[in-house]
Structures are given as structure tokens and as C-alpha cells.
Design a protein around this ligand. Structure first.
Ligand code: NDP
Ligand code: 2IT
Length: 447
């Protein structure tokens, strides 16, 4: 059987076994489509059923999360944890609280996480969790009660050497704190079972900034290879959460100008450059909407709706909000306006058609599993510090993060070249991530 036939058969089985999960299908297809030559050159992956095993999670947990709102009403949400692959280490990956969460979203994110974590070079398997709980409009006490109920069930499935969750959309330092407190109370142990913890109780410096900083470090590496740097570049960023804010901060530190930010209601365009202190105050302190920005900075404009954000001319686009936020039409507009680099801060923010537009037009396209790996990388460093029981300085954590992003860039470039796809970072990142996991699975026997 040809590699192509094998890949097609695996994909058809994924469609059949996981109906109505389009995001999971999309993530799997992109990876499988990168692996033809890898299978031809490594027939042992085929005979050992590595692909069939890798697309099937090792364990999927779905549970009821009952909680009480401030008015005393009983509420129920659904909780998930998908423990996808432990070939390289304990399951590792964030928790997302968003009303759109269902099993297919958690599976797509968990699947991406396997190869992303492999790319970091640290010992972490892949997993993801979450709930369809909507944190918007909830009081702090409601969020706390929800997190406690969520962890009351989750705590029996996780542990510092088993499965180590962290944040994602809707889950930041505050929620990690509530979940950590409940885990500690029930299990009676103070361990590094979650990452993204507060700095006074086991968190790592740079974890808050890591995904955004890491994204800009790898973009900078790609620019360097093209004989350029960020100085004077105009950058469009979407989202206004953790990743967007710290990507903006690092772009500004390196001399670039970020002109947009967004949330799910709309986007702001500040041609003078986004004032990050204002954004941090609105989003991190007041937890309000991004449109508040224009009441403070009068030259900035707010547009209701998100799709037009990519029509703002830029040299570099950094989608940092959510999956499939940048489609083919938006990609064409970006290319027409002269955009030269796209770095995915979010997980799978570009549709497959958009990614094709970038690749065909020689835009440097850095896919999420490489470009946003800085967050989980510093999570891995947080686990190392927890094991040592010694915190590192900001400089040490930041320089390790930088080294990891540089080596992801190098490994993805080299893998792409080795497999006849030089310059294609989608294929390069998929192959570089896959080969390590596949070899570990081969070595560990039929598990
Ligand atoms: P946050 O919750 O901090 O921020 C998310 C931002 O994206 C908000 O501005 C939010 O707007 C916007 N957003 C969320 N859902 C949608 C939607 N359906 N449509 C439009 N905008 C939306 O999350 P993060 O910054 O942590 O995560 C952003 C992305 O980065 C996600 O894809 C996540 O998986 C990925 N990521 C995060 C990492 C991390 O360390 N945090 C690591 C690697 C990847 P609103 O407030 O209106 O919902
Ligand atoms: O998508 C991701 O890589 C994250 N949300 C971070 C995961 C982690 O364990 O730090």
C-alpha cells in the first residue's frame, strides 16, 4: 500500500469514529497530509500502526460540573479532559473555559499539543481539558465555585507525574489559583500539578508572558533568516487576552508597531500604535471589553465585528484569539496589502485555505504548534523548578524560552528541507514533532 493510501485510510477511520468534530478532523488532516514521505522512508511506523494509535486518545474523560450561582440557582456544565499521548512525558496542556467547548475542540487542541510539546524538546506528553462554562458576566465567587467543582472531579485523574493542566482561553492565573487550592485541599499535597501558578507559590517567572514572547522570538528568528528584523515593522494582532497582550509587548520592545487588537465583539485600530498600559488596565484589571480603548485614545477607531481586522495593512500578522479566525478571503487581503510574515499565536487560527494562500504567495507562515509553543515550554520549565523546589530568575527563564524558540525554528526548517519541502514550516513542524513521538512509541511497545 502506498503512503497516500495508508494516510487516507487512517483519515477515513478518524472521520467515522469521531463524527461531528470538524476541528479535530482539520487538525488531524493537516498533520497526516505532511507525513507521506516520512512513512515511505520509515516503513516501521506503518507496520507498528503508529498513525492509527496516535489519532486515538489514550483516555477521554467527560464529567458533570454542578455549581451554584450567586442567586442560589443550581447550574450544570460539562467538563472534559482528554489525555491524548504520554509517549514523551506526563500529559500536559491547558484548560479552556468557553461556551463553544465540546469534545471535538478539546480533541483538536489535545492532538496539536502532542506535537507542540514534542517540539519544545522537554519531556511532556499531550493533553487538553475544559468546559462549556462561560466566564463572561460571572462574579469572582461564581468562577471560584465553578473551578472548585471542576477540580473536585478532575483531581482524581491528574498529578505532577501523570497529567499537568494549565491555562488557555478563559483560564488565567486566577482560575489556576482556585483549581490549585482545591486540588491541594482534596489530595493533601502541595505539588506542581498545575502550571501558570502565582509567583509566590510555585509559579515560574515569564510564564505569563511566555506564549506571546515566544511567538515574537520565533517570528524574529524567521525575519533574521530573511535578513530583516522587527524594527519599524507594522504588526496586526488579534485577540486581547494573555497571548495577544504579551505578543504586543515583545513586538514593541523589539521596535515594531502593533496597530490592532480585538475581542469577540470587534477590533480597535490605533495607527499611532497600541498603548499597552491602557489595554492591560482594561483587560487584566477591569476585565472589560476592548472597545473601551477608544474612549481613552481618541485617534483610535473601534469596528464592530472581527473579520475586517485583517484588512488593516501590516507587514506581519499575529492571530492570537481563536481557531479559524482568519479565512481564505482575509489571507488574500493580507497578501494584497503586502503582509510578509504570519505567526499563529492562537491554536489553528488560520483555516487550511488561508494557510495555503500564505504558502503559495511566499509569506513566511509559522504554524501554531511551533509558534505558540513558548507557553507550554515555560510550563515545562515551571515543572522543572517545582521538582527542584528552586525558582529561577526572570533572565534564566526568558533565555531558556528564547533558546527553545530558536531551536524549534531550526528543527522545523531542517525537517522541511530534509523532506523536500524547504521553507514550509507546516510540514517541517509536523515532521519534527511527529518523529520524536513516533520513535518513543516504537520503543515503548504496543501501548
Ligand atoms: P484569553 O482568554 O486570555 O484571551 C482570548 C482572546 O481571544 C480574548 O480577547 C477573546 O475575546 C478572544 N476570543 C476568544 N474566543 C473568541 C472567538 N470565538 N471569537 C473571537 N475572539 C475570541 O486566552 P489566551 O490569550 O490564553 O488564548 C488565545 C489563543 O492562544 C487560544 O487559541 C489559545 O488556545 C492559544 N494559546 C494560549 C496559550 C497560553 O499560554 N495561554 C498557549 C498557546 C496557545 P473575548 O473576551 O470576547 O472572548
Ligand atoms: O495551547 C497551549 O499550549 C496552552 N494553552 C498552554 C499549555 C500549558 O500547559 O502551558
Amino acid at each position: 500500500m502506498s503512503a497516500e493510501t495508508i494516510i487516507q485510510a487512517v483519515y477515513e477511520q478518524v472521520l467515522k469514529r469521531n463524527p461531528s468534530e470538524p476541528e479535530f478532523h482539520q487538525a488531524v488532516k493537516e498533520v497526516l497530509d505532511s507525513l507521506g514521505l516520512v512513512l515511505e522512508r520509515n516503513p516501521e511506523y506503518v507496520s507498528a500502526g503508529i498513525l492509527e494509535r496516535m489519532v486515538e486518545p489514550e483516555r477521554q474523560l467527560i464529567f458533570r460540573v454542578p455549581w451554584q450561582d450567586d442567586k442560589g440557582n443550581f447550574r450544570v456544565n460539562r467538563g472534559f479532559r482528554v489525555e491524548f499521548n504520554s509517549a514523551l512525558g506526563p500529559y500536559k496542556g491547558g484548560i479552556r473555559f468557553h461556551p463553544t467547548v465540546y469534545l471535538g475542540i478539546i480533541k483538536f487542541l489535545g492532538f496539536e499539543q502532542i506535537l507542540k510539546n514534542s517540539l519544545t524538546g522537554l519531556m511532556m506528553g499531550g493533553g487538553k481539558g475544559g468546559s462549556d462554562f462561560d466566564p463572561k458576566g460571572k462574579s469572582k465567587s461564581e468562577v471560584m465555585r465553578f473551578c472548585q467543582s471542576f477540580m473536585t472531579e478532575l483531581c482524581r485523574h491528574i498529578g505532577p507525574d501523570t497529567d499537568v493542566p494549565a491555562g488557555d482561553i478563559g483560564v488565567g492565573g486566577r482560575e489556576v489559583g482556585f483549581m490549585f487550592g482545591q486540588y491541594k485541599r482534596i489530595r493533601n499535597e502541595f505539588t506542581g500539578v498545575l502550571t501558570g501558578k502565582g509567583l509566590e507559590w510555585g509559579g515560574s517567572l515569564v510564564r505569563t508572558e511566555a506564549t506571546g514572547y515566544g511567538l515574537v522570538y520565533i517570528v524574529n528568528e524567521a525575519l533574521k533568516a530573511a535578513g530583516k528584523d522587527l524594527e519599524g515593522m507594522t504588526v496586526s494582532v488579534s485577540g486581547a487576552g494573555n497571548v495577544a497582550i504579551y505578543a504586543t509587548e515583545k513586538v514593541q520592545q523589539l521596535g515594531g508597531k502593533v496597530v490592532t487588537l480585538s475581542d469577540s465583539n470587534g477590533f480597535v485600530h490605533d495607527p499611532d500604535g497600541i498603548k499597552l498600559d491602557t489595554v492591560k488596565q482594561i483587560k487584566e484589571v477591569e476585565r472589560k471589553r476592548i472597545k473601551e480603548y477608544v474612549s481613552i485614545h481618541k485617534k483610535a477607531r473601534y469596528t464592530e465585528g472581527c473579520s475586517d481586522i485583517w484588512s488593516v495593512p501590516c507587514d506581519i500578522a499575529l492571530p492570537c484569539a481563536t481557531q479559524n479566525e482568519l479565512d481564505e478571503a482575509a489571507a488574500k487581503v493580507l497578501v494584497k496589502n503586502g503582509c510578509k510574515v504570519v505567526g499563529e499565536g492562537a491554536n489553528m487560527p488560520c483555516t487550511p485555505e488561508a494557510a495555503d494562500v500564505f504558502i503559495k504567495n511566499d509569506v513566511i507562515f509559522l504554524p501554531g504548534k511551533a509558534a505558540n509553543a513558548g507557553g507550554v515550554a515555560v510550563s515545562g520549565l515551571e515543572m522543572a523548578q517545582n521538582s527542584q523546589r528552586i525558582p529561577w530568575t526572570f533572565e534564566k527563564a526568558d533565555s531558556e524560552l528564547k533558546n527553545i524558540m530558536v531551536s524549534i525554528y531550526k528543527n522545523a526548517s531542517e525537517a522541511a528541507a530534509e523532506y523536500d519541502c524547504a521553507g514550509n514550516f507546516v510540514v517541517g513542524a509536523n515532521i519534527a514533532g511527529f518523529v520524536k513521538v513516533a520513535n518513543a512509541m516504537l520503543a515503548q511497545g504496543l501501548v
